[in-house]
Design a protein around this ligand. Structure first.
Ligand SMILES: C[S@@+](CC[C@H](N)C(=O)[O-])C[C@H]1O[C@@H](n2cnc3c(N)ncnc32)[C@H](O)[C@@H]1O
Length: 478
């Protein structure tokens, strides 16, 4: 991926990327588009725009004569930067993609890790089950890959383990010592009680369930992870360890990359990022009640000082700021569901309309873009005034009174469903077109950081993206 070319393309359209849906009406985002793009979007159905945004290069050149050339060129350019998101088909395909070699004797399909009584999958959501089934297979493959080496894998560390489903399953299935580290104590407590429950349940029905050794559960502890975790890992592992980070938000992934480099016994890393806009999470852990503060700090980070991007020398002259990183978290595989299904979320139009009125009554930055209560809007029933009162319920009266005074009564009593705007939707869908390329640049920066430090890695689409959109795994080995 050419970083300067990426910068050139993204810089040209930064004004679109910087215009969030919440500000669509306040900053007249529609007017930011080129004339021919507006014309195309006005004529084309949203369904067709979504098909275009999700299309491959071939479809772009062959079937879409009505699409302006500048838009087609942009799409083709963005495609050049994107990692393939189509998920691996089976264990052999997975092996081929992360090792670059072929291997016989692997299962024909990904196993569904289960037990006769369904005990081990109890309380795990379908998305998490999908992720776990595939990660467990990948860990088995890494174990096979490393088996003949001087340092066979004996340990695994799940970093940012949440309530522990993944580490619990690996501990049962992969015959490996597992340590799970999590910064949020409530999650560690919940994970421990789920471990205990599983042990008790399995003891009741016999000490073994099928092939699973449920006598062992992970060692868990609560800690805000820093580079120093490397020392703990080197204490914990006998010979060598695999590090796993499943959906480690923002700069937490940067920390894990440093831990992997620093830990002598860490021989393999499986890392999935998410929420790329989040950084300085230490503030969140120190003052969990103050999320607004965290956002402000992240948004105001000046160029060059971000702890999420850039990390490598290759990308050091490229800026991917808070808003672009936030845009990278969009999920293009589910655009139809978000924009075309019968019961779409109407509150997004109301929130954006409300922002327009807030900008009229206040120029204070602390009044703009603020978090509000979520409101369920019912078609032809919820009025704009009802929406405003519910959304601003926790915001005191100073702003509420001002907006209610300035908005004409006819607008206040209008149904929220009448605020629905196809231009708003088209603009959002177009913005989503950039997401895979920006995410790929962020991931490429991480891969480059490893490469610049002598570590090989590959990027593998392990999950089905419509089930788990942050599906790209960095698989690294030393
Ligand atoms: C998106 S969740 C993923 C949880 C789990 N891996 C999963 O996939 O279900 C990220 C987790 O990382 C934890 N976390 C974030 N930054 C951390 C840090 N610096 N140290 C320890 N935990 C952290 C959060 O508390 C959260 O539980």
């Amino acid at each position: 991926m050419e970083s300067s070319k990426f910068d050139e393309v993204v810089s040209k359209y930064r004004r679109i990327l910087n215009s969030r849906s919440i500000e669509y009406f306040a900053s007249s985002s529609w007017d930011l588009l080129e004339d021919e793009w507006r014309e195309y979007l006005n004529l084309e159905s949203l369904e067709d725009v979504i098909v275009f945004v999700n299309s491959s290069d071939n479809l772009v050149s062959a079937d879409c004569a009505s699409i302006p050339h500048s838009l087609r060129d942009l799409k083709a350019n963005l495609k050049l930067f994107e990692y393939n998101r189509k998920c691996v088909e089976n264990p052999s395909d997975l092996w081929r993609q992360w090792t670059g070699t072929t291997r016989d004797g692997l299962n024909a399909s990904f196993r569904t890790i289960s037990s006769a009584n369904g005990l081990v999958r109890k309380r795990i959501k379908a998305k998490k089950q999908h992720e776990i089934d595939r990660i467990v297979e990948l860990i088995s493959q890494i174990q096979i890959f490393q088996k003949d080496s001087a340092d066979p894998i004996d340990s695994l560390v799940d970093i940012g383990a949440g309530i522990g489903h993944l580490s619990r399953m690996i501990s049962i299935h992969n015959n490996i010592s597992v340590m799970a580290v999590e910064g949020n104590q409530q999650f560690t407590l919940a994970a421990n009680s789920l471990d205990e429950k599983l042990l008790l349940d399995s003891a009741k029905i016999g000490s073994r369930i099928e092939n699973f050794n449920v006598k062992s559960t992970p060692i868990r502890y609560t800690n805000f992870v820093t580079e120093d975790l490397a020392l703990k890992i080197d204490d914990f592992a006998v010979n060598s360890a695999i590090l796993v980070g499943l959906h480690c938000c923002g700069d937490f992934s940067s920390t894990i990359l440093k831990v992997f480099q620093k830990s002598e016994k860490s021989k393999a890393l499986v890392l999935f990022g998410c929420c790329y806009h989040k950084e300085f999470q230490c503030f969140h852990f120190l003052r969990p009640e103050n999320n607004e503060n965290e956002r402000e700090i992240s948004e105001n980070t000046s160029f060059g000082k971000s702890t999420v991007f850039p990390l490598s020398k290759k990308w050091e002259n490229v800026e991917i700021d808070y808003l672009l990183r936030e845009a990278a978290c969009h999920n293009n595989e589910n655009l139809e569901e978000r924009f075309l299904k019968q019961k779409i979320d109407l509150s997004r139009y109301a929130r954006s309309y409300l922002e327009k009125w807030i900008w009229k009554v206040s120029e204070l930055p602390e009044d703009r873009n603020i978090g509000m209560c979520s409101v369920k809007c019912i078609e032809n029933q919820t009025t704009f005034e009802e929406y405003i009162r519910k959304a601003m319920a926790n915001r005191g009266n100073h702003l509420l009174d001002k907006v209610l005074q300035i908005i004409p009564q006819s607008e206040l009593s209008a149904h929220v469903s009448s605020l629905r705007s196809s231009q708003f939707d088209s603009f959002e869908v177009l913005r989503c077109m950039f997401a895979p390329a920006i995410e790929s640049a962020i991931i490429d920066d991480r891969v480059e950081l490893l490469r610049e430090n002598g570590i090989n890695s590959r990027v593998v689409p392990l999950f089905e993206p419509s089930i788990s959109p942050r599906n790209l795994a960095i698989i690294a080995y030393k």
